[in-house]
Design a protein around this ligand. Structure first.
Ligand code: SF4
Length: 299
């Protein structure tokens, strides 16, 4: 394959995968939803979960997105420093969004700031959003594709607290958000929390926390314990599936952290809904690929 053919091949793969993950939820989300359904004992809660499973079946059968809000497309790229198309990735991902918008199809969700005009193709200034991590000595690229909906993770919130407010202040902020705006997303929710020394770092980490496999834990045992305590507290509120009450309000709580300045502690929250459309794909230097989030799938 020459370089032009490789660019075309990666664009096709990313366009197909971007459209695909709007129609089928990743394996860990499906398995968590099944587990949560089993824990419910009211007819209403079970029916709500059943409607979610039916939604997935119909979406599969009709080959249509499972929710009307296909979101703003966000790509989190772990790029190998020796991946042959490193410089071309932004253009490839932009073209992938243009193709997926027509083929999937995806709702038009990019409105230019100040012009207040919808571009009609899901691309615009800095959209699709691309975040980068460079992986040394690797020839592959791993891309997290995420559909950020207008009711779930896009209205995330954050605050820099006075250091004296400590971790108690962090928890208070989380519960204040979750019991007011949090419910805008369709539960059960996946809660991503970022804790850092400044608001922009906390905000990015809160989004990255949504990409961790459901049930994985923070690397520090105190962080892991905090995740479990917040999860229990949010479940005890009884929001339940679609906010209609039930035993569980969340699919999980994930915290990502960065060292902070002694004088600041910032916290941010991003909330994923039950239709947590996230997908992970790894593309090798020869353009072969593996879909990590949806086992056994070929595009
Ligand atoms: S919160 Fe999620 S499931 Fe509900 S409308 Fe928004 S994207 Fe769709």
């Amino acid at each position: 394959m020459n370089k032009e053919q490789m660019i075309q091949s990666m664009t096709d793969i990313m366009a197909k995968f971007t459209g695909y993950m709007g129609k089928r939820l990743p394996d860990d989300v499906m398995s968590k939803l099944r587990e949560l359904r089993e824990q419910e004992d009211t007819y209403l809660a079970k029916v709500v979960y059943d409607s979610m499973f039916e939604n997935q079946e119909i979406s599969d059968k009709l080959d249509r997105p499972s929710c009307q809000d296909t979101g703003v497309i966000q790509y989190y790229v772990k790029a190998g420093s020796e991946f042959p198309l490193l410089a071309e990735i932004p253009e490839i991902l932009r073209n992938a969004v243009l193709e997926a918008t027509k083929a999937a199809p995806l709702r038009h969700n990019a409105v230019e700031i100040f012009k207040e005009k919808n571009t009609g193709n899901n691309t615009g200034e800095r959209v699709p959003i691309i975040n980068w991590d460079i992986i040394p000595n690797s020839k592959a690229v791993e891309v997290e594709v995420y559909m950020a909906g207008g009711g779930c993770s896009l209205p995330g919130q954050g605050k820099t607290l006075m250091p004296g407010e400590g971790y108690e202040g962090v928890v208070k902020f989380i519960f204040d958000v979750m019991t007011s705006y949090g419910i805008n997303a369709c539960p059960p929710l996946l809660v991503g929390i970022g804790i850092a020394g400044s608001i922009e770092v906390a905000a990015t980490l809160s989004k990255k926390a949504l990409f961790r496999p459901i049930g994985s834990r923070h690397h520090d045992e105190r962080g892991a314990e905090m995740e479990l305590l917040i999860e229990k507290g949010l479940n005890d509120i009884g929001i339940g599936p679609q906010g209609l009450s039930g035993k569980n309000s969340v699919m999980g709580v994930h915290i990502e952290s960065a060292a902070r300045h002694p004088s600041t502690i910032s916290v941010a929250i991003s909330i994923g809904c039950w239709a947590h459309r996230r997908g992970t794909i790894r593309i090798n230097e020869d353009m072969s690929y593996e879909i990590i989030s949806h086992k056994g799938v070929t595009l």
